[in-house]
Design a protein around this ligand. Sequence first.
Ligand code: ADP
Ligand code: MG
Ligand code: MG
Length: 529
Amino acid sequence: MSQARLPPCIPLPLEHKLLVTVIEKAKDWALMHGVGMRDKKHFTKDSIQIAPFVLLPSPFPSTEFNKAVELQPVLNELMHKVAHDVEFLEHTLQNALQVDEFTANLYDIWIKVREEGITQPITLGMLRSDIMLESRCPHTVNQCAKHTPYCSWKQVEINSIASGFGHLGPSISLGLFRSDYLMQCTEANTIKQVEFNTIASSFGAITSNLPAMSRYILRQLGHGDLIKKMPQNGALSGLCSGIIEAYDLFGVANAIIIFVVEEVSYNICDQRFHEFEISEKRPDIMIHRKTLNELYEETTVNDKKQLILEGRPVAVVYYRSGYEPSQYPSSREWDARLRVERSSAIKCPSIQYQLAGTKKVQQTLASPGVLEKFMGTGATTNSVRDIFTGLYSLDFDESGERAVDMALADAERFVLKPQREGGGNNLYGPDVREALLRMRHSRERAAYILMERILPPLVSGYVVRPGAPVPPPLSDLVSELGIFGVIIGTKEKIFSNRQVGHMLRTKLADANEGGVAAGLGALDSPFLL
Ligand code: ADP
Ligand code: MG
Ligand code: MG
């Protein structure tokens, strides 16, 4: 069975000369509107280059897009509850902590601040739920092929093309144009959660700018009428509104905000746009960018437990770094993290939110009865469970052994994930098998989870990369949609909870991962079908 495919927003391929011309326009638009990143190979603070992007917006079914948007506040609240459930986090993470030093270090900070008494009960969550469409219908291939009563079918338009071209299925002609249709199971192409990010969720800013580029390109191609199918994206202002709200809740005159950044920030545009936006909306707020090491050297905690930088109290600490082991090269960075956590600054995220964002928590939430514990029973709980794909623990118990056997029997079906963030850490295909054979009798195994591999539908598109030959080939791509959420509250009370926008990342269909910062994926905008 060939992989399902979604129709492009306009007929492709584009004619060579036209393609070269619009790519040149798109690149200039991108550069002049901050769709950029610093060059990793030749780093300089004097220039940025284009971030990789997809020339035309990629198709995404509107019903599934709306479902994801509507679900976001529900997921925000779920994660807020998880982050504040001490017993659940302790129980869920206990085995992984034995073998995963990084998670154990975060956990130790959490224990320390709880023992001392939490200074700042308010937390700021700037979250991103990442999802892909699962193109396979949930029924077996045989059932579908036989059109059994298990499957419900719908007619989907796969292309509108000038008549006379290749025949793809039942078609309807209208004047010069013809639409081709395929029958598809209505339960295929539904959203499945890849992961839930609770720290340093990026690209909200750049992808808020990107739809304007897609709209410009569509107009240049004579398809301005299609712009209405691109949803508004207010991710940047929405995320910044969360930071500003937290700042006001802190309520101390003269307070500042700290962005915790990497030693070298390649993704500078995305980060800076937050600073520009906050400064525009609130000229009274000063933002300082500091590395963890600079925090260690330059901050103190006063007798009111305020975090102090240059004599001023810090209202909000927003982490754009601190999510992976390499960002803590010495004990100084860990000490800085502990100092911030002990202080009255509102953290985004606070340490328990980072722990709640681990893959182990995601897997445990998918276990029988766990969602009900947090959300009760009912339609909302069912709609959250519907977006979970198969997630399995690799602990040393009966179900862990079953999961190992299952993965060894059919490794291609799974992704093996450690407790890491930032992309490039997961194992796929033959590596899953190799790793499981190696770890079968080692405690290391408990630091991983096993996840069913999602097979998204293919979309066709042109990926424009800095320095790559123009025009790029028309490629088979797959997309991952991220929905941003902001939640502010204490364990007892949620003050704000909203969905604030989205980002779409698209990668070559045969690449395992699509991190844009890692150089694999490309920024994109959804075109709603
Ligand atoms: P990270 O926190 O490092 O971003 P993810 O869980 O998002 O970890 O995995 C990284 C990438 O791997 C995703 O962006 C996606 O491209 C791919 N991936 C992860 N899980 C799956 C899955 N179950 N099916 C298909 N691809 C996946
Ligand atoms: Mg992540
Ligand atoms: Mg991810």
